[in-house]
Design a protein around this ligand. Structure first.
Ligand code: NAP
Length: 259
């Protein structure tokens, strides 16, 4: 069994990385590691998951407590012991799989832990929304975010989307600055859809240049044609010893004041 480290570039994260390196007894391998120790915050864990989607991720938070990190920098003995003894539990995380195309026929595929977005900030984007191949609405505005339950507390929450219980398998389609008037009408509220469905967004006008993002990764797509998004269960592996409940995570992040 092999492992590697991915750390946010801060003094605290580098200090934790040095401790892990000095104490973990597995071979170090950045090419095909079985375990990746991601040190920092949720952003670092997103990066680790995209770089090593098949590895077991041990997330250590070195700043404020995040949503994905299950281990604390204040208790490094626990994580070292769990890795060295191979004695840990696995939380299997759901993701969104996406495929998108430009008008030249070039096809891209990727996945998101938090969300897929399609945006065109400087222009009004015109998109036709299909759900399971059934036409739903014509959208005009800046774009859409499609989020997983674990991503519902990220960008989706800033868009006034709902926070979703992570024990549910659903995806959320949330508008980004949709235009709603007597001329243009969309649902406008966030729409929560079953994990069995497929969302497809098609350019309703030729020549749209857009950005598509999957978590922290962005693609600039000239002459965008369409994007489809599907749900995939149990795709990523997060290690933990003790689980914090979903409600506790929400409460300490958004409700309890630090004072
Ligand atoms: P980033 O700095 O890595 O992340 C931005 C912030 O989102 C950080 O504070 C991060 O926490 C937090 N975060 C990430 N996943 C989260 C989750 N599931 N629940 C709650 N908070 C979460 O930024 P980035 O590299 O550009 O993009 C990564 C993510 O940032 C995207 O997936 C998107 O969700 C989020 N984002 C948010 C907005 C917005 O709210 N307006 C705009 C763009 C992107 P840590 O500090 O623990 O890393």
């Amino acid at each position: 069994m092999k492992y590697c480290l991915l750390a946010r570039d801060t003094d605290k994260s580098n200090e934790v990385a040095n401790y892990i390196k000095a104490n973990v007894k597995l071979e170090y391998d950045e090419n095909i590691p079985d375990i990746v120790v991601a040190i920092g915050g949720d952003g670092t864990i997103l990066k680790a998951s995209h770089q090593y989607p098949n590895a077991v991720i041990f997330g250590i938070h070195t700043g404020h407590l995040g949503f994905y990190a299950n281990y604390s920098a204040d208790d490094l003995e626990t994580i070292v012991s769990d890795i060295n003894s191979r004695n840990y539990k696995i939380d299997a995380l759901d993701i969104l799989e996406t495929t998108f195309k430009d008008r030249n026929g070039r096809t891209y595929t990727d996945f998101a832990m938090n969300e897929v977005t399609i945006v065109c900030p400087p222009r009004t984007l015109r998109l036709d929304v299909y759900i399971d191949n059934e036409y739903f609405e014509r959208f005009r505005g800046t774009g859409f975010a499609i989020s997983t339950p674990s991503g519902s507390t990220a960008y989706n929450k800033s868009l006034d989307g709902s926070v979703v219980d992570t024990s549910l398998s659903v995806m959320q389609l949330t508008e980004i600055a949709g235009i709603n008037s007597n001329a243009y009408r969309t649902l406008s509220s966030p729409l929560i859809l079953s994990s069995e469905r497929t969302i497809r967004l098609e350019a309703s006008e030729k020549g749209s240049d857009v950005f598509i993002t999957v978590d922290h990764i962005s693609y600039q797509i000239d002459q965008f044609e369409c994007i489809s998004v599907k749900y995939k269960k149990n795709a990523l592996k997060m290690a933990y010893r003790n689980h914090e409940s979903f409600l506790t995570r929400i409460n300490r992040t958004f409700i309890i004041s630090k004072e």
